[in-house]
Design a protein around this ligand. Structure first.
Ligand SMILES: *Cc1c(COP(=O)(O)O)cnc(C)c1O
Length: 435
């Protein structure tokens, strides 16, 4: 059954206006709907797992602002915390007790960091972590993996060239080649490439950075043995291991992917969920490593709005709920049931599709491969299928991120009715996608 196309009159009008103001009409590129059909929906409001666009269309939301909204939209506790802070001022550029409170909540519940520094985005957190690693080791080169996203700082907008071990090529114009030369990009899950890196660049590698669970280019779940190998080879070579937990932090529990693997990284970065929907990032490490950050140490890092009181209040309210017993196990159970029902449908209909999942994250992979752990295992042509599915889902009141490389998130606000509605819509949409 083909569903009727939703009305996009107001959204289209707003998008046309926005194009006069912003490059591509947006303030972050993926929002432009370039990889799916149609033009962006302009969202007016959200409540629990639902969002409403400018034309009054209602959707069950699985994008959740790209991850931060693990409690859904308009969570009363967060809203009230923000509202009560609003009456006291928006920013002071001086310390507040709220920063202590959020840090205490995090450090008490996370055995992988002893000290933390708040910033205002994931990009900023990772950029600072890289500087810290370089300052601490007095080395310049870093290693990143093809298929991991770490925000848009210069050192990390770099993609692999051809060959096992290559200096990165800039993946954005405006990034100096000399920056890219300090970043080595290799494939995930390839031990040989990593051994070669440490052979070729003895005593030059400051850090290896990996997403806790790579979830920005599909969901590329790594084996624990490989992450242990990463830990061992960095230790042996005096390099730091950075887990970028901007997605996985507070998503796979308070201790994120570090706990999932039970491996201690040297620096961890956070973002998204940590601010309860407000712009907050953070990086943390041992007391010893963090003592290199200014004003204690010589690695400079600062921020006019860092530790912003309104954002801190939102983070405290969010994390207080997440720290309650069974929050994560319940959410994971809900996600498992949802994914299992879809997997059963996929098997019954013999569809060339896998659903990968961890915690409350899931990803549709249009492939017959049972394990996808490297970026080059994803066939760009398979994204055509996602495009169709995405259009059909919007027409059935289900909102996913506008790119097949993006994962979906289930929040604690998704009710069984929301999920039932989504299951039916996904099943119908898949039959059309493969039809
Ligand atoms: C989203 C993300 C970032 C960038 O965070 P921003 O807040 O968008 O700057 C960095 N690393 C990972 C793993 C992310 O998912």
């Amino acid at each position: 059954m083909k569903a009727q196309d939703i009305s996009r009159e107001k959204s289209t009008e707003l998008f046309e206006k926005a194009k006069n103001y912003f490059p591509g009409g947006v303030n972050s590129p993926v929002r432009a709907f370039k990889s799916v059909y149609g033009t962006p929906l302009f969202i007016e409001r959200g409540d629990k797992a639902h969002i409403w666009d400018a034309d009054g269309n209602e959707f069950v939301d699985f994008c959740c602002s790209w991850g931060p909204l693990i409690l859904g939209h308009n969570t009363p506790e967060i809203r009230e915390a923000v509202q009560s802070q609003l009456g006291k001022g928006l920013s002071f550029g001086a310390p507040t007790a709220l920063e202590n409170q959020l840090a205490d909540l995090i450090i008490k519940n996370n055995s992988f960091i002893e000290k933390i520094r708040f910033v205002s985005s994931g990009t900023e957190a990772v950029m600072s972590a890289i500087r810290l690693a370089r300052g601490y080791t007095k080395r310049d080169k870093i290693v990143k993996f093809e298929g991991c996203y770490h925000g848009h700082s210069d050192s990390l907008l770099v993609k692999a060239g051809s060959g096992l071990v290559t200096f990165g090529e800039t993946s954005s114009s405006g990034v100096p080649k000399s920056f890219a030369d300090e970043t080595i990009v290799i494939a995930l899950n390839d031990r040989q490439a990593l051994e070669k890196v440490f052979n070729d660049f003895k005593n030059q590698i400051a850090a290896v950075i990996i997403e806790g669970i790579p979830a920005n280019n599909g969901l590329l779940i790594q084996d624990k043995e490989y992450i242990q190998f990463l830990r061992d080879i960095t230790n042996k070579n005096g390099s730091l291991l950075i887990f970028d937990e901007v997605i996985t932090g507070f998503r796979l529990g308070f201790e994120g992917a570090a706990k999932y693997y039970d491996i201690q990284p040297d620096i961890l970065t956070y973002g998204k969920i940590i601010g309860g929907g407000m712009p907050v990032g953070a990086y943390g490490a041992s007391n010893e490593v963090m003592s290199n950050i200014s004003p204690d140490g010589n690695v400079y890092q600062a921020g006019t709005l860092s530790g912003n009181p309104v954002a801190m209040a939102a983070g405290i309210a969010a994390l207080s709920i997440l720290s309650k017993p069974n929050f994560y196990t319940n959410l994971e159970k809900t996600t498992q049931n949802f994914v299992n029902e879809l997997r059963q449908f996929i098997a019954e209909n013999n569809l060339e599709l896998q659903i990968f999942t961890i915690g409350s994250i899931f990803w549709f992979a249009f492939t017959s491969e049972k394990k996808v752990q490297r970026a080059d295992q994803i066939d760009p042509a398979s994204m055509e299928k996602y495009k169709i599915m995405h259009r059909e889902l919007l027409n059935r009141g289900i909102y996913f991120g506008p790119s097949g490389y993006e994962v979906g998130f289930i929040s604690a606000a998704h009710t069984s009715e929301d999920l039932e509605k989504a299951l039916n819509a996904i099943k119908e949409s898949l039959l059309i996608t493969f039809g």
